[in-house]
Ligand binder design. Structure first.
Ligand SMILES: [Fe+2]
Ligand SMILES: [Fe+2]
Length: 168
């Protein structure tokens, strides 16, 4: 039996994942507008992953017989100073999401809600991955700085990313 409180927290997390999707799609658009289509692709894939996260939570709330209540998704920013700022903001955002997931785990622990803690284990691992790759990209974009050929190569590298739907 999962409490109303936890259902509400998961519902709110659905919105946070949807916001992350919006944020990354907006970042993607910024790169496409700069003709950096590889980096644009990277963020677009990232955006799809966030929607998949929201989808997993949607299924979970449904599976436990909770009521899915969708909230308004805030408008993402669309103006950014430069590429480095975007990667730094993406890392900050992942850290924020990690905190938010940890909060739900903590609340679930307090209620001995083992179903939710077990469900969220996947997300805990996922956040470790996401923070690690976001952090690596911050380091790389700092190395690139204002070097056009390095930026070109970096763009090529990120063009390789493809969206892989997670198995359930
Ligand atoms: Fe996510
Ligand atoms: Fe994420």
């Amino acid at each position: 039996m999962v409490s109303e409180k936890i259902v509400t927290l998961v519902n709110e997390q659905i919105t946070k994942e949807q916001y992350a999707a919006q944020l990354y799609l907006s970042m993607s658009a910024w790169f496409y507008a700069q003709d950096l289509e590889g980096i644009g692709n990277y963020f677009r894939v990232q955006s799809k992953e966030e929607l998949m996260h929201a989808d997993k939570m949607f299924d979970y709330v449904n599976d436990i017989g909770g009521k899915i209540i969708l909230n308004e998704v805030p408008k993402p920013p669309h103006e950014f100073a430069n590429a480095q700022e975007i990667f730094e903001k993406a890392l900050d955002h992942e850290r924020l999401v990690t905190k938010s997931i940890f909060n739900i785990v903590k609340a679930a622990n307090d209620e001995s809600d083992f179903a939710t803690t077990s469900f969220l284990q996947w997300f805990i691992n996922e956040q470790v991955e996401e923070e690690s790759s976001a952090s690596l990209l911050v380091s790389k974009i700092r190395m690139v700085k204002d070097n056009p050929s390095a930026l070109y190569l970096f763009d090529q590298e990120l063009a390789q990313r493809v969206f892989v739907p997670a198995a359930n």
